[in-house]
Design a protein around this ligand. Structure first.
Ligand code: NDP
Length: 500
């Protein structure tokens, strides 16, 4: 007799056969009573859930965060309460535009999401590998994403739509500059920084509020693919990141990042020429230096990808006492819309799934039934299912409330941003690039803009001109060179291949 475990039905009963359908006679037809056949096929039909509308292709690891520096003067958050304190973390990195089967190393912004399972509930930092974003107002977000996804008729990605949109939103040029720079195709998620991007807040035990930006700097160094290297690698594998991350962990090469914060006292907001709550802007390091906080180490491949990565539901709404939001309009919208996306994609009680359930704090809420209600929360007393109640059910704790936010001004539906301010920080970034980096930037644009109409190209050059005349000139020349090269030399069997 085999010592292998016995196969069972999903209800736990032993199964006599997993090979053949129960038929009437030797040749069939199949009997409807062969429930295990129906169960098997029905399960297969339900193996997919809706993929994320954005950030569909992703890779995740488990690990830990260790506090190395005391920041209790800025926050009372328990996870930062002591040097040496460790918190379990689940990461998910992703591309933005590609579907779940897309190649990993496309030129795109990368999602950089961390779920900290703290002793005061889960804190999700749902950021990117860039410190800024394309648009500062959520009203523009659905349109922006549509330009990144497929055209309704051609069913192809549309550079024309992308640059048409960006040219009408000069605030985008900061993020587009990063996207077209060397950092637009990280070699692996291990070789890129992570940023919370938005401005968040922290408050300390005295009730003082600070505005905060989060940064995670890679220990592995910045490494990137050129377009040609990426094409070559994609030709060999579409799953480069999954392969590299999985084998790094199996080989014991655990990737690490140092976490920093930038801190702005509450009353200083509004004194800068830029809006510190505008997600298309950074806070210059000279004005707000990086303050070291701790170390992130990712050291475990999840046992089941679907359970821990596909089911992972990150939302900026998951904050813990001592960490809060800011008036950033994009953040305010994401707080609502990310959680809503998970309710749609995963189901009502998505936070009860293993990837999302708080591990180190007790969950006590009065939400009731709905899909995935596979847990109890009757607080040892089934009569305590509403609140207030006389049965010692959980009650709110006012001591964790954040300090009141002072608000002034008229409620208005317009943006008062001076356009000129949108060019200042992309110019600072452009000025950081060496001549070689600038040339690669221009070439990357040419590769991306090749299919665009002349009208859209001209509109984009006009935006770049306002960042720096050399920037516009360089991209124009690279586009013109590509056009003449394409006309002069069609790709042949002799076109050289770059070896990686
Ligand atoms: P600093 O000289 O102090 O910092 C420059 C920053 O640029 C560093 O954080 C560096 O990251 C980052 N960087 C270098 N190359 C790229 C690239 N291709 N794409 C994205 N980031 C890159 O300058 P400032 O703080 O005054 O900022 C100047 C400009 O740098 C900003 O306008 C912004 O565009 C960019 N930047 C600023 C950041 C900030 O938080 N202040 C963060 C990231 C970018 P690293 O140190 O990891 O090499």
């Amino acid at each position: 007799m085999s010592n292998k475990p016995t196969l069972t039905t999903s209800a736990g009963a032993p199964v006599p056969s997993n090979k053949t359908t129960k038929t009437a006679g030797k040749r069939g037809p199949a009997l409807l009573e062969d429930y295990q056949l129906i169960e098997k096929l029905a399960h297969q039909n339900r193996e997919r859930i809706p993929e994320r509308a954005v950030h569909a292709k992703g890779w995740g690891l488990q690990g830990k965060f260790t506090v190395t520096h005391d920041i209790s003067q800025y926050t009372c958050a328990d996870l930062f309460s002591q040097v040496g304190k460790q918190t379990e973390v689940l990461s998910r990195w992703s591309t933005v535009a590609g579907e779940s089967g897309a190649a990993d190393i496309e030129r795109d912004v990368r999602g950089f999401s961390l779920k900290f399972y703290t002793e005061q509930g889960n804190w999700d930092l749902v950021g990117n590998n860039t410190p800024v974003f394309f648009v500062r107002d959520a009203f523009k977000f659905p349109d922006f994403i549509r330009t990144q996804k497929r055209h309704p008729k051609t069913n192809l990605r549309s550079p024309e739509a992308m640059f048409d949109f960006w040219a009408a939103q000069p605030e985008s040029v900061h993020q587009v500059t990063i996207l077209m720079s060397d950092r637009g195709i990280p070699k692996t998620p291990m070789h890129m920084n992570g940023y919370g991007s938005h401005t968040f807040s922290m408050w300390n035990k005295n009730g003082e509020r600070f505005w905060v930006k989060f940064h995670f700097k890679t220990h592995q160094g910045h490494e990137h693919y050129t377009n040609e290297e990426a094409e070559h690698r994609i030709g060999k594998t579409r799953e480069a990141y999954q392969e590299d991350l999985f084998s790094a962990i199996e080989n014991g090469d655990y990737p690490k990042w140092t976490m920093f914060i930038q801190v702005m006292p509450e009353e200083e907001a509004g004194k800068q020429e830029y809006n510190p709550f505008d997600v298309t802007k950074v806070w210059p390091h000279d004005d707000y230096p990086l303050i070291e906080v701790g170390e992130l180490e990712m050291n475990k491949n999840p046992e089941n990808y679907f359970q821990m990565v596909e089911n992972a539901a990150y939302s900026p709404s998951n904050v813990v006492p001592g960490i809060g939001f800011s008036p950033d309009k994009m953040l305010q919208a994401r707080v609502w819309s990310y959680a809503d996306a998970h309710r749609y994609r995963l189901g009502t009680h998505y936070e009860a799934l293993p990837a999302n359930a708080a591990k180190n704090s007790k969950i006590n809420h009065y939400h009731k039934d709905g899909s995935m209600r596979f847990f109890t929360n009757d607080f040892d007393n089934p009569d305590a299912y509403y609140e207030p109640n006389q049965h010692n059910g959980p009650v709110a704790n006012e001591s964790v409330a954040e300090p009141p936010l002072k608000i002034d001004g008229d409620a208005a539906r317009y943006d008062q941003v001076e356009e000129a301010i949108d060019y200042v920080q992309p110019r600072a970034l452009y000025n950081l690039f060496s001549d070689e980096q600038k040339q690669r930037l221009y070439n990357n644009y040419a590769a991306a803009m090749g299919p665009c109409s002349d009208a859209v190209k001209e509109r984009w050059y006009a935006v770049l001109e306002k960042v720096h005349p050399d920037y516009a000139k360089g991209v124009r020349l690279a586009n013109e060179k590509l056009d003449s090269d394409v006309n002069a030399a069609p790709i042949t069997d002799e076109t050289p291949v770059i070896d990686n």
